[in-house]
Design a protein around this ligand. Structure first.
Ligand code: DOR
Ligand code: ZN
Length: 366
Protein backbone atom coordinates (compact mmCIF):
# COMPACT_ATOMS: atom_id res chain seq x y z
CA UNK A 1 0.00 0.00 0.00
CA UNK A 2 1.42 3.33 -1.03
CA UNK A 3 2.33 5.68 1.80
CA UNK A 4 2.09 8.97 -0.03
CA UNK A 5 -0.51 10.42 -2.32
CA UNK A 6 0.18 13.41 -4.55
CA UNK A 7 -2.61 15.27 -6.29
CA UNK A 8 -2.96 18.51 -8.20
CA UNK A 9 -3.72 21.27 -5.71
CA UNK A 10 -7.48 21.21 -5.07
CA UNK A 11 -10.02 24.02 -4.67
CA UNK A 12 -12.99 24.36 -2.34
CA UNK A 13 -16.07 25.34 -4.34
CA UNK A 14 -18.22 26.14 -1.28
CA UNK A 15 -16.83 27.74 1.86
CA UNK A 16 -17.84 30.01 4.74
CA UNK A 17 -14.94 32.10 6.00
CA UNK A 18 -16.90 34.59 8.15
CA UNK A 19 -15.27 37.88 9.11
CA UNK A 20 -13.19 39.54 11.82
CA UNK A 21 -11.66 37.29 14.49
CA UNK A 22 -13.35 34.14 13.18
CA UNK A 23 -11.97 34.78 9.69
CA UNK A 24 -8.47 35.18 11.05
CA UNK A 25 -8.82 32.00 13.11
CA UNK A 26 -10.03 29.75 10.26
CA UNK A 27 -8.67 30.98 6.93
CA UNK A 28 -5.28 29.27 7.30
CA UNK A 29 -6.90 25.85 7.51
CA UNK A 30 -8.39 26.27 4.07
CA UNK A 31 -5.35 27.90 2.47
CA UNK A 32 -2.98 25.14 3.55
CA UNK A 33 -4.72 22.67 1.25
CA UNK A 34 -6.78 24.62 -1.29
CA UNK A 35 -5.47 27.13 -3.85
CA UNK A 36 -8.88 28.77 -4.35
CA UNK A 37 -12.21 28.81 -2.61
CA UNK A 38 -15.67 30.06 -3.48
CA UNK A 39 -16.43 32.24 -0.49
CA UNK A 40 -20.06 32.39 0.58
CA UNK A 41 -21.58 35.86 1.03
CA UNK A 42 -23.90 35.24 4.01
CA UNK A 43 -22.28 37.78 6.29
CA UNK A 44 -24.21 40.29 8.34
CA UNK A 45 -24.92 42.43 6.38
CA UNK A 46 -24.72 40.19 3.30
CA UNK A 47 -22.28 40.83 0.46
CA UNK A 48 -24.52 42.37 -2.20
CA UNK A 49 -22.33 44.94 -3.96
CA UNK A 50 -19.10 44.87 -5.93
CA UNK A 51 -17.50 47.20 -3.40
CA UNK A 52 -18.47 44.99 -0.46
CA UNK A 53 -17.05 41.93 -2.21
CA UNK A 54 -13.82 43.72 -3.04
CA UNK A 55 -13.45 44.89 0.56
CA UNK A 56 -14.25 41.41 1.91
CA UNK A 57 -11.66 39.89 -0.43
CA UNK A 58 -9.08 42.31 0.94
CA UNK A 59 -9.99 41.40 4.53
CA UNK A 60 -9.53 37.71 3.70
CA UNK A 61 -6.07 38.32 2.26
CA UNK A 62 -5.17 40.55 5.21
CA UNK A 63 -6.33 37.91 7.70
CA UNK A 64 -4.30 35.25 5.94
CA UNK A 65 -1.24 37.49 5.88
CA UNK A 66 -1.66 38.25 9.59
CA UNK A 67 -2.17 34.62 10.61
CA UNK A 68 0.15 32.73 8.22
CA UNK A 69 2.34 35.29 6.51
CA UNK A 70 2.56 36.79 3.03
CA UNK A 71 3.53 33.55 1.26
CA UNK A 72 0.27 31.99 2.37
CA UNK A 73 -1.71 34.98 1.18
CA UNK A 74 0.05 34.89 -2.18
CA UNK A 75 -0.76 31.19 -2.61
CA UNK A 76 -4.51 31.49 -1.99
CA UNK A 77 -7.18 33.13 -4.14
CA UNK A 78 -10.60 33.84 -2.63
CA UNK A 79 -13.32 33.73 -5.29
CA UNK A 80 -16.12 36.04 -4.26
CA UNK A 81 -19.88 35.61 -4.58
CA UNK A 82 -22.84 37.97 -4.55
CA UNK A 83 -25.77 37.35 -2.22
CA UNK A 84 -29.00 37.53 -4.20
CA UNK A 85 -31.67 39.71 -2.64
CA UNK A 86 -34.96 40.62 -4.25
CA UNK A 87 -33.65 44.13 -4.91
CA UNK A 88 -30.20 43.41 -6.30
CA UNK A 89 -29.67 45.02 -9.70
CA UNK A 90 -28.63 42.93 -12.71
CA UNK A 91 -26.21 45.72 -13.65
CA UNK A 92 -24.36 45.36 -10.34
CA UNK A 93 -23.91 41.63 -10.89
CA UNK A 94 -22.82 42.10 -14.47
CA UNK A 95 -20.28 44.76 -13.48
CA UNK A 96 -18.88 42.59 -10.66
CA UNK A 97 -18.64 39.58 -12.96
CA UNK A 98 -16.96 41.48 -15.79
CA UNK A 99 -14.49 43.12 -13.38
CA UNK A 100 -13.51 39.71 -12.02
CA UNK A 101 -14.81 40.43 -8.52
CA UNK A 102 -17.87 38.18 -8.51
CA UNK A 103 -17.23 34.62 -9.64
CA UNK A 104 -20.85 33.59 -9.05
CA UNK A 105 -24.04 34.54 -7.19
CA UNK A 106 -25.64 32.64 -4.34
CA UNK A 107 -29.34 32.01 -4.01
CA UNK A 108 -30.59 31.59 -0.45
CA UNK A 109 -34.32 31.03 -0.17
CA UNK A 110 -35.24 33.49 2.61
CA UNK A 111 -35.18 31.74 5.96
CA UNK A 112 -33.55 28.54 4.70
CA UNK A 113 -30.36 28.80 6.76
CA UNK A 114 -27.83 30.97 8.63
CA UNK A 115 -28.15 34.67 7.68
CA UNK A 116 -30.58 34.01 4.87
CA UNK A 117 -33.29 36.47 5.96
CA UNK A 118 -32.28 38.91 3.22
CA UNK A 119 -32.60 36.14 0.64
CA UNK A 120 -35.24 35.47 -2.00
CA UNK A 121 -38.89 34.85 -1.12
CA UNK A 122 -40.12 34.30 -4.65
CA UNK A 123 -37.93 33.42 -7.63
CA UNK A 124 -40.27 35.42 -9.88
CA UNK A 125 -38.90 38.54 -8.18
CA UNK A 126 -35.39 37.92 -9.52
CA UNK A 127 -36.21 36.79 -13.03
CA UNK A 128 -34.37 39.75 -14.60
CA UNK A 129 -31.29 38.91 -12.51
CA UNK A 130 -31.41 35.27 -13.59
CA UNK A 131 -31.87 36.24 -17.23
CA UNK A 132 -28.81 38.48 -16.97
CA UNK A 133 -26.73 35.72 -15.37
CA UNK A 134 -27.84 33.28 -18.04
CA UNK A 135 -26.80 35.74 -20.76
CA UNK A 136 -23.33 36.49 -19.31
CA UNK A 137 -22.52 32.93 -18.18
CA UNK A 138 -22.38 33.74 -14.46
CA UNK A 139 -22.97 30.64 -12.32
CA UNK A 140 -25.95 30.51 -9.96
CA UNK A 141 -25.15 28.67 -6.73
CA UNK A 142 -28.26 27.35 -5.03
CA UNK A 143 -29.08 26.45 -1.45
CA UNK A 144 -31.71 23.98 -2.58
CA UNK A 145 -34.26 23.73 0.19
CA UNK A 146 -37.83 24.95 0.35
CA UNK A 147 -38.68 27.02 3.39
CA UNK A 148 -42.35 26.02 3.64
CA UNK A 149 -42.67 25.02 7.31
CA UNK A 150 -45.28 22.45 6.33
CA UNK A 151 -42.60 20.45 4.50
CA UNK A 152 -40.67 18.02 6.70
CA UNK A 153 -37.06 19.13 7.20
CA UNK A 154 -35.80 15.86 5.71
CA UNK A 155 -37.83 16.42 2.53
CA UNK A 156 -36.94 20.05 1.85
CA UNK A 157 -34.26 19.37 -0.74
CA UNK A 158 -36.27 16.87 -2.77
CA UNK A 159 -39.30 19.18 -2.72
CA UNK A 160 -37.13 22.11 -3.81
CA UNK A 161 -36.08 20.18 -6.90
CA UNK A 162 -39.68 19.50 -7.85
CA UNK A 163 -41.22 22.84 -7.00
CA UNK A 164 -38.41 25.29 -7.74
CA UNK A 165 -35.43 23.88 -9.58
CA UNK A 166 -37.17 22.09 -12.45
CA UNK A 167 -39.24 25.17 -13.38
CA UNK A 168 -36.20 27.42 -12.97
CA UNK A 169 -34.14 25.34 -15.38
CA UNK A 170 -37.04 25.34 -17.83
CA UNK A 171 -37.24 29.13 -17.69
CA UNK A 172 -33.45 29.55 -17.98
CA UNK A 173 -32.15 26.56 -19.95
CA UNK A 174 -28.66 27.99 -20.47
CA UNK A 175 -28.11 29.18 -16.89
CA UNK A 176 -25.08 27.58 -15.21
CA UNK A 177 -26.34 26.14 -11.94
CA UNK A 178 -24.53 24.49 -9.05
CA UNK A 179 -26.85 22.73 -6.64
CA UNK A 180 -24.81 23.16 -3.49
CA UNK A 181 -24.13 20.62 -0.76
CA UNK A 182 -26.51 17.96 -2.06
CA UNK A 183 -27.79 15.52 0.54
CA UNK A 184 -30.21 13.18 -1.19
CA UNK A 185 -30.31 10.38 -3.74
CA UNK A 186 -32.96 12.48 -5.49
CA UNK A 187 -30.53 15.39 -5.98
CA UNK A 188 -27.66 13.14 -7.05
CA UNK A 189 -29.82 11.49 -9.68
CA UNK A 190 -31.34 14.75 -10.87
CA UNK A 191 -27.91 16.31 -11.38
CA UNK A 192 -26.38 13.21 -12.94
CA UNK A 193 -29.17 13.03 -15.51
CA UNK A 194 -29.45 16.79 -16.04
CA UNK A 195 -27.92 19.00 -18.72
CA UNK A 196 -24.21 19.86 -18.81
CA UNK A 197 -24.84 23.29 -17.29
CA UNK A 198 -26.08 21.69 -14.05
CA UNK A 199 -23.57 20.45 -11.45
CA UNK A 200 -23.39 19.86 -7.69
CA UNK A 201 -21.00 20.13 -4.80
CA UNK A 202 -20.79 17.45 -2.13
CA UNK A 203 -19.49 18.05 1.40
CA UNK A 204 -17.26 15.66 3.35
CA UNK A 205 -19.72 15.42 6.20
CA UNK A 206 -22.60 14.26 4.01
CA UNK A 207 -20.32 11.50 2.72
CA UNK A 208 -19.49 10.36 6.25
CA UNK A 209 -22.57 10.77 8.40
CA UNK A 210 -26.24 10.01 8.15
CA UNK A 211 -28.98 11.42 10.36
CA UNK A 212 -28.32 8.93 13.14
CA UNK A 213 -25.13 10.85 13.92
CA UNK A 214 -27.25 13.70 15.26
CA UNK A 215 -28.63 11.51 18.01
CA UNK A 216 -25.84 9.05 18.75
CA UNK A 217 -25.73 8.67 22.53
CA UNK A 218 -27.51 12.00 23.00
CA UNK A 219 -28.12 15.21 21.08
CA UNK A 220 -25.02 16.01 18.99
CA UNK A 221 -25.10 19.62 17.81
CA UNK A 222 -21.70 19.37 16.13
CA UNK A 223 -23.32 17.22 13.45
CA UNK A 224 -26.13 19.68 12.83
CA UNK A 225 -25.92 21.45 9.48
CA UNK A 226 -28.24 22.48 6.67
CA UNK A 227 -29.32 20.77 4.60
CA UNK A 228 -29.55 18.28 7.44
CA UNK A 229 -27.96 14.82 7.02
CA UNK A 230 -30.45 12.29 5.67
CA UNK A 231 -31.00 8.52 5.83
CA UNK A 232 -28.22 6.04 5.12
CA UNK A 233 -29.46 5.29 1.60
CA UNK A 234 -28.94 8.93 0.70
CA UNK A 235 -25.41 8.95 2.11
CA UNK A 236 -24.61 5.90 0.01
CA UNK A 237 -26.03 7.58 -3.11
CA UNK A 238 -23.85 10.65 -2.45
CA UNK A 239 -20.78 8.47 -2.07
CA UNK A 240 -21.60 6.74 -5.33
CA UNK A 241 -22.05 10.11 -7.08
CA UNK A 242 -18.89 11.70 -5.70
CA UNK A 243 -16.74 8.70 -6.55
CA UNK A 244 -18.42 7.89 -9.88
CA UNK A 245 -16.02 9.96 -11.94
CA UNK A 246 -18.90 12.08 -13.29
CA UNK A 247 -17.71 15.59 -14.10
CA UNK A 248 -20.94 16.98 -12.63
CA UNK A 249 -19.86 16.47 -9.04
CA UNK A 250 -17.08 18.32 -7.31
CA UNK A 251 -15.61 19.25 -3.96
CA UNK A 252 -17.31 21.88 -1.82
CA UNK A 253 -16.77 21.56 1.90
CA UNK A 254 -19.47 23.94 3.18
CA UNK A 255 -17.14 24.33 6.14
CA UNK A 256 -19.20 26.62 8.38
CA UNK A 257 -17.55 27.57 11.67
CA UNK A 258 -19.63 28.69 14.62
CA UNK A 259 -18.07 29.29 18.03
CA UNK A 260 -18.46 26.22 20.23
CA UNK A 261 -20.91 27.98 22.53
CA UNK A 262 -23.16 28.93 19.61
CA UNK A 263 -23.43 25.30 18.50
CA UNK A 264 -23.65 23.63 21.88
CA UNK A 265 -26.61 25.63 23.14
CA UNK A 266 -30.39 25.43 23.52
CA UNK A 267 -30.78 26.63 19.91
CA UNK A 268 -27.56 25.63 18.24
CA UNK A 269 -26.43 27.06 14.91
CA UNK A 270 -26.27 24.94 11.75
CA UNK A 271 -22.80 24.33 10.38
CA UNK A 272 -19.92 21.86 10.56
CA UNK A 273 -16.34 23.04 10.76
CA UNK A 274 -14.57 20.59 8.47
CA UNK A 275 -11.86 22.82 6.96
CA UNK A 276 -8.93 21.61 9.11
CA UNK A 277 -9.01 18.04 7.72
CA UNK A 278 -11.15 18.41 4.63
CA UNK A 279 -8.97 16.83 1.97
CA UNK A 280 -8.12 14.01 4.36
CA UNK A 281 -11.83 13.45 4.96
CA UNK A 282 -12.54 13.17 1.23
CA UNK A 283 -9.47 10.95 0.70
CA UNK A 284 -10.82 8.54 3.27
CA UNK A 285 -14.10 8.23 1.36
CA UNK A 286 -12.43 7.65 -1.99
CA UNK A 287 -10.12 5.06 -0.46
CA UNK A 288 -12.99 3.26 1.26
CA UNK A 289 -14.80 3.14 -2.06
CA UNK A 290 -11.68 1.72 -3.73
CA UNK A 291 -11.21 4.62 -6.15
CA UNK A 292 -8.52 6.81 -4.61
CA UNK A 293 -7.35 7.46 -8.17
CA UNK A 294 -10.56 9.45 -8.76
CA UNK A 295 -10.00 11.86 -5.86
CA UNK A 296 -7.96 14.26 -7.96
CA UNK A 297 -10.62 14.82 -10.60
CA UNK A 298 -13.30 15.41 -7.98
CA UNK A 299 -11.11 17.73 -5.91
CA UNK A 300 -9.04 19.55 -8.52
CA UNK A 301 -10.44 19.17 -12.04
CA UNK A 302 -14.25 19.04 -12.30
CA UNK A 303 -14.78 22.30 -10.40
CA UNK A 304 -12.45 24.54 -12.42
CA UNK A 305 -13.71 23.01 -15.64
CA UNK A 306 -17.31 23.80 -14.74
CA UNK A 307 -16.44 27.36 -13.73
CA UNK A 308 -14.26 27.81 -16.83
CA UNK A 309 -11.12 28.46 -14.79
CA UNK A 310 -7.63 27.03 -15.30
CA UNK A 311 -6.50 24.03 -13.29
CA UNK A 312 -3.98 24.70 -10.53
CA UNK A 313 -0.39 23.90 -11.45
CA UNK A 314 0.90 22.86 -8.04
CA UNK A 315 0.44 19.68 -6.06
CA UNK A 316 -0.26 18.70 -2.47
CA UNK A 317 0.93 15.55 -0.76
CA UNK A 318 -0.86 13.35 1.71
CA UNK A 319 0.84 10.68 3.74
CA UNK A 320 -0.53 7.73 5.62
CA UNK A 321 -1.46 8.50 9.21
CA UNK A 322 -0.20 6.57 12.16
CA UNK A 323 -2.62 5.20 14.74
CA UNK A 324 -1.76 8.04 17.10
CA UNK A 325 -2.76 10.80 14.66
CA UNK A 326 -6.00 11.69 16.38
CA UNK A 327 -8.01 14.67 15.20
CA UNK A 328 -8.20 17.01 18.17
CA UNK A 329 -11.48 17.21 20.06
CA UNK A 330 -11.24 20.98 20.26
CA UNK A 331 -9.20 23.57 18.43
CA UNK A 332 -8.16 26.76 20.19
CA UNK A 333 -7.26 29.09 17.37
CA UNK A 334 -5.37 32.38 17.41
CA UNK A 335 -7.43 35.18 15.98
CA UNK A 336 -5.49 38.35 16.67
CA UNK A 337 -7.26 39.02 19.97
CA UNK A 338 -6.25 38.03 23.49
CA UNK A 339 -8.67 35.08 23.73
CA UNK A 340 -8.62 32.27 21.17
CA UNK A 341 -11.57 31.04 19.11
CA UNK A 342 -12.68 27.56 20.22
CA UNK A 343 -14.06 25.26 17.54
CA UNK A 344 -14.91 21.58 17.35
CA UNK A 345 -13.55 20.18 14.08
CA UNK A 346 -15.37 17.53 12.07
CA UNK A 347 -13.92 14.08 12.89
CA UNK A 348 -13.03 15.27 16.42
CA UNK A 349 -11.35 12.42 18.30
CA UNK A 350 -11.13 10.14 15.25
CA UNK A 351 -8.19 9.00 13.17
CA UNK A 352 -8.24 9.27 9.38
CA UNK A 353 -6.14 7.25 6.94
CA UNK A 354 -4.34 10.26 5.46
CA UNK A 355 -2.70 13.46 6.66
CA UNK A 356 -1.75 16.48 4.60
CA UNK A 357 1.99 16.90 4.45
CA UNK A 358 2.76 20.49 4.81
CA UNK A 359 3.81 22.54 2.18
CA UNK A 360 5.75 25.73 2.67
CA UNK A 361 2.53 27.40 1.77
CA UNK A 362 2.59 25.75 -1.60
CA UNK A 363 4.69 28.76 -2.54
CA UNK A 364 6.93 26.69 -4.75
CA UNK A 365 3.83 25.11 -6.20
CA UNK A 366 1.71 28.12 -7.07
O1 DOR B 1 -25.07 24.28 7.93
C1 DOR B 1 -25.00 25.32 7.31
N1 DOR B 1 -24.28 26.36 7.76
N2 DOR B 1 -25.66 25.43 6.16
C2 DOR B 1 -25.75 26.58 5.51
O2 DOR B 1 -26.41 26.62 4.50
C3 DOR B 1 -25.12 27.80 6.04
C4 DOR B 1 -24.03 27.50 6.93
C5 DOR B 1 -23.59 28.68 7.77
O3 DOR B 1 -23.37 29.76 7.20
O4 DOR B 1 -23.46 28.55 8.98
ZN1 ZN C 1 -22.91 26.87 2.82
Amino acid sequence: MSSTLTIRTPDDWHLHLRDGEMLQAVVGHTARQFARAIVMPNLKPPVTTVEQARAYRERITAALTASQGPDAAAAFTPLMTAYLTETIEPAELERGFSEGVFSAAKLYPAGATTNSDAGVRDLAHISAVLACMERIGMPLLIHGEVTDPAVDIFDREAVFIERQLIPLLQRHPALKVVLEHITTADAAQFVAEGPANLAATITPHHLHINRNALFQGGLRPDFYCLPIAKRERHRLALRAAATSGSTKFFLGTDSAPHPRGAKESACGCAGIYNAPFAIESYAQVFEEEGVLDRLENFASVHGPNFYGLPLNNGTIQLERSSDSDFIPGLMELENGSSSPTTLVPFHAGETLNWRLKQAQWRASAA
